[in-house]
Design a protein. Structure first.
Length: 137
């Protein structure tokens, strides 16, 4: 699709990730329903590409992404499935508001996202390092 929903930047998602993440979002437990809905919206607007055509500088499961917040703080996290999330190791689940927001972005892109508290945040992707996604959901 690759449309810009509500001013959101275009994103790209691997075909394999798209299928797995759609299933994950549809099966999300009650406490994750709002984020699952946001993830489905992101997946719906994504440009889905064959795995071997995926750009190495786009955020995917297993990618480590460095970003800057609207306040200027710089952070680096690795996007993962919920079962692997560990904030102490900077492993962020794709079923968190920031995880869903980061999916498919590339360096230089900005996105506005809402935290679980409903507050609006803005981030800018600085760098992406491709990683190997784990299948542990």
């Amino acid at each position: 699709m690759n449309t810009t929903n509500c001013g959101k930047p275009s994103i790209v998602v691997r075909q394999t990730d798209h299928a797995r993440l759609t299933s994950l979002a549809l099966a999300a437990p009650g406490r994750d329903l709002d984020v699952a809905e946001e993830l489905l919206i992101e997946l719906d607007r994504a440009d889905v590409v064959e795995d071997d055509q995926f750009p190495p500088d786009a955020v995917a499961l297993g990618s480590t992404v460095s970003y800057r917040t609207e306040g200027g703080a710089r952070r680096s996290v690795t996007l993962c499935y919920p079962g692997l999330a560990d904030i102490e190791r900077s492993m962020v689940s794709v079923l968190t508001p920031i995880g869903a927001a980061l999916l498919g972005l590339s360096p230089g892109q900005q996105i506005e996202w809402s935290g679980r508290d409903g507050q609006s945040h803005m981030l800018t992707v600085l760098d992406v390092t491709a990683g190997v996604p784990s299948t542990a959901a």
